[in-house]
Design a protein around this ligand. Structure first.
Ligand code: ADP
Ligand code: ASP
Ligand code: MG
Length: 813
């Protein structure tokens, strides 16, 4: 004999009921089958909604009733296409009884728990009848039996307790004489005094377990809409996977802590008889599912699953006089028990100065009033404070038999939550160490579950969620590089890099699943209007783990937003130099925020594009070295200009060519005035630990007074023509000394300067070609021969690769 239960989705449509029938066919060929069914998917909720509308004198309950009616009559038509007159009549009669009940509720405008149970019982009564008739019409040896004749409970309506003595006897008696298939409604029962009761929401699983235990069958099967109990709720965690085997204790913990796939009391009746529970998927019968037994497997993963319960409230009772109050906890929990409030979670500080517990948020008001009343006297004496209530919370729990044998699980759990800015309101660990739970804000649940799942079940991959502002030349190259390297990163670095949002100055576009990078331009074109605040708000609302904001603009306004990102623990990667070369206090503030919120703030590309200049400098400092001096050529544009200016061409023409070939800013004065280089050396000086501002950088310009005073780009070019002799003179002087002209940045003993220098032959700067940059670090460890970083220091491709390196650095942290 087998007991099989099918849930709401499994019997939610004619297509699925046909799948159920196919499964029953196979099973009944071998054995007798007891088939417990839920109401058609969604019907219990609809019945309750109808009831509440009727109670509130809202006559739209009538149209909802019509929907319920249509759903059931259509099922009859679809499942029993010929000779269905009698069945239809019976269903209509039942529906008429339902309608009468609803009308009654409407008239007296009252809906007691007793009536509510009667109301919802129609769901299972209808589904079991229709399914049994569908089987009979296909010539199965099937019968429907009303579980209310078998399962007897107390009168605790909506969650009645079973009288096992009578119930087991009834079941054993009835099943002496067996049909091949007996279809029973789940969830519903009858009280000793004959009223309809129910076993609690989700209770069909329990009905099946009661049958299985009473008849001591070999196995209980729960067929549902997922392929077993998953490592986390598959609706919230994409990467969750079915757990092959679980112990009864683990299954109980997971279901108690929110894994809805199994109604928590289900395990109890089968546990004593050691009947295994198999969870299977009706729409994917070939999948293995999850087997729950009393076998504790000591070799498997330390954490078996992660679950969550939403709509939790946390109540805290505290006060200096609490320690002296006799029987305090007893009184508190008795008060809650009297009000029938289920306590899900308790923590007490060892000082006993406060006690904190979690309950379902529907019970909050009752609990608050009852507790404040119970301790009225102590509160009036100020021995304790009135109870403090926090709502909008959830519990997340790690569950596993094996956790107690592994060190550091809670450490990993809380560090993952901390890194993702998940605020933890309370923590509890059961003495059995099968469960570690934390109370967090409901809005953080998805992020927390995914971050924990990644750590405990996907040790191998880490998801990085990237948001790019500014998708011009460099951004385009970065996206192309990400697209090209994604597979490699996954395989070799275990990083799952996704671009989730992007924006230019006009539009922004998001896709939580990761933007299809082959078509990002058309997606962005169809995006919504971009605003800096809107971009930030959307990223906060998405609340994804390991989020990274990348700024590839040259905008002051974007740079101003970094602080807000860091405060949300979102990493910031800046190609934009403005923030790091702005006022020192601002730079320092961003660094502090980065430290405080554990969010990396990286800007390697601020100096020398993709060259590892800042990274090298940081490594030197972090390993205890001291920077004595830095000498560098840091401007691709000025290199281009002075490498090509050779006395045969005019200075004006070379600058024009540099601009035309994209080596300068649109306004070449920014490069030629040395401001850009000054910003770079400023950043290096700051990263070396010096408090400098841009005004502190000595900038001796090689330009003439007239060049500097020009008020437009065109005007500037005119002055270059006029002052050609000045530039020829600079060139000739250098050549006469056998020198090359290079624009050099220096930092010595706390003083930074930039300017044009004559570089003699043999100097490492002398042969610098094209857009190459070079930086020489003289440090305590490298006093004579400097540590040199040299290579292409400009260009979209190398800048993008520098940003990429920063992204990987965030990923590997
Ligand atoms: P049924 O109607 O078949 O009883 P339920 O809706 O009661 O189905 O339970 C199945 C649902 O439980 C799944 O669709 C899934 O959304 C949810 N669920 C929550 N946590 C888990 C988990 N850890 N494993 C599997 N399912 C889970
Ligand atoms: N139909 C009931 C409910 O939705 C019982 C069940 O499906 O298990 O809660
Ligand atoms: Mg269920």
């Amino acid at each position: 004999m087998r007991v099989i239960k099918f849930g709401g989705t499994s019997v939610g449509s004619a297509i699925n009921i046909n799948k159920v029938i196919a499964i029953l066919k196979t099973y009944s060929e071998e054995d007798e089958v007891i088939c417990v069914v839920s109401a058609v998917g969604g019907i219990t909720d609809k019945l309750l909604e109808c009831g509440s509308m009727a109670q509130n004198q809202d006559d739209t309950y009538l149209s909802l009733f019509e929907k319920i009616k249509t759903i059931h009559l259509n099922l009859v038509d679809e499942l029993i296409s010929i000779n269905n007159h009698d069945v239809k009549n019976n269903v209509e009669t039942k529906l008429q009884h339902l309608k009468n009940l609803l009308d009654g509720i409407y008239l007296i405008n009252e809906l007691s728990l007793k009536t509510s149970d009667k109301l919802v019982s129609f769901g299972e009564l209808l589904s079991s009848y229709i399914i049994a008739e569908a089987l009979i019409s296909r010539n199965f040896d099937a019968i429907r039996k009303n579980s209310q004749d078998l399962i007897v409970t107390n009168s605790n309506f909506t969650k009645a307790e079973v009288n096992f003595k009578i119930t087991n006897k009834n079941i054993q008696e009835y099943f002496k004489d067996q049909h091949k298939i007996v279809v029973l409604p789940g969830f519903i029962s009858k009280s000793e005094s004959g009223d309809i009761t129910t076993l609690g929401r989700g209770g069909s699983d329990y009905t099946a377990a009661i049958m299985a235990a009473a008849l001591n069958v070999k196995q209980l099967e729960i067929w549902t809409d997922v392929s077993g109990m998953f490592t986390a709720n598959p609706k919230l965690v994409k990467q969750a996977r079915p757990i092959e085997k679980l112990s009864y204790q683990e299954a109980m913990e997971l279901s108690h802590f929110g894994a809805k796939v199994l109604y928590p009391p289900t395990v109890q009746p089968v546990l004593d008889a050691e009947i295994p529970i198999l969870i299977k998927n009706t729409t994917e019968p070939e999948a293995d599912g999850t087997l729950i037994t009393n076998h504790v497997n000591t070799y498997k993963n330390s954490v078996s699953g992660i679950s969550n319960i939403d709509k939790i409230a946390l109540l805290t009772l505290q006060g200096n006089g609490m320690i002296g109050i006799p029987g305090f906890s007893k009184r508190l929990f008795e008060t809650l028990a009297q009000e029938k409030i289920n306590v899900i979670f308790i923590t007490q500080a060892s000082s006993e100065h406060s006690i904190c517990f979690g309950i379902s948020d529907i019970d909050v008001q009752t609990a608050e009033i009852a507790i404040n009343e119970a301790f009225e006297y102590e509160i009036s004496l100020r021995k304790i404070d009135p109870v403090i209530v926090e709502t909008g919370l959830s519990i997340i729990a790690l569950v596993g038999d094996n956790m107690k044998n592994h060190q550091g699980i809670s450490g990993r759990m809380f560090s993952a939550l901390g890194k993702n800015n998940v605020n933890i309101r309370a923590i509890a660990q059961g003495a059995s160490e099968k469960n570690i739970s934390a109370v967090i804000l409901e809005k953080d649940v998805k992020k927390a579950l995914n971050a924990l799942h990644e750590i405990f079940f996907e040790v191998k991959t880490k998801q990085l969620n990237v948001f790019i502002t500014g998708v011009g030349n460099v951004g385009e190259r970065l996206i192309a590089q990400i697209e090209q390297q994604r597979k490699h990163l996954k395989q070799h670095l275990r990083l799952n890099l996704r671009v989730v949002g992007m924006s230019n100055s006009r539009q922004m576009y998001f896709n939580e699943e990761g933007i299809d990078l082959a078509n990002w331009k058309s997606h962005l074109n169809e995006g919504e209007t971009a605003t800096l605040q809107g971009f930030l708000d959307k990223i906060i609302a998405l609340n994804l783990r390991n989020s990274i904001f990348i700024d590839i603009t040259a905008s002051h306004e974007v740079a101003h937003m970094y602080q807000h990102y860091l405060k949300e623990s979102i990493a910031v990667i800046a190609c934009n130099k403005i923030a790091c070369s702005s006022d020192y206090n601002n730079y320092q503030n961003l660094k502090n925020l980065s430290r405080k919120y554990g969010a990396p703030f990286l800007f390697e590309t601020n100096v020398g594009a993709g060259l590892p200049i800042i990274n090298t400098l940081n490594n030197l400092i972090n390993s205890g070295d001291d920077i004595v001096s830095i000498q560098a050529v840091l401007s691709g544009s000025l290199n281009f200009v002075f490498n090509n200016f050779n006395g045969e061409t005019s200075f004006h023409d070379v600058v024009k060519q540099a601009q035309n070939e994209g080596y300068t800013e649109p306004d070449p004065r920014i490069d030629l005035s040395g401001v850009d280089v000054a910003r770079k050396i400023l950043i290096l000086a700051r990263e070396s630990g010096h408090q400098l501002n841009l005004e502190d950088i000595k900038n001796t310009s090689f330009l003439t007074e007239a060049n500097l005073k020009s008020d437009s780009v065109e005007g500037f070019y005119q002055t270059l023509i006029k002052d050609e002799a000045h530039f020829q003179e600079l060139y000739k002087n250098a050549v006469n000394k056998n020198c090359q002209l290079k624009y050099v940045a220096e930092f010595n003993n706390g003083i930074a300067s930039v300017g044009l220098r004559e570089i003699p032959e043999g100097h490492p700067f002398y042969n610098l070609k094209g857009k190459d940059n070079i930086v020489m670090f003289y440090t305590q460890r490298y006093p004579d021969q400097p540590l040199i970083v040299k290579g292409a220091g400009a260009g979209a491709e190398v800048t993008a690769s520098g940003l990429f390196a920063d992204i990987i650095k965030v990923g590997n942290r």
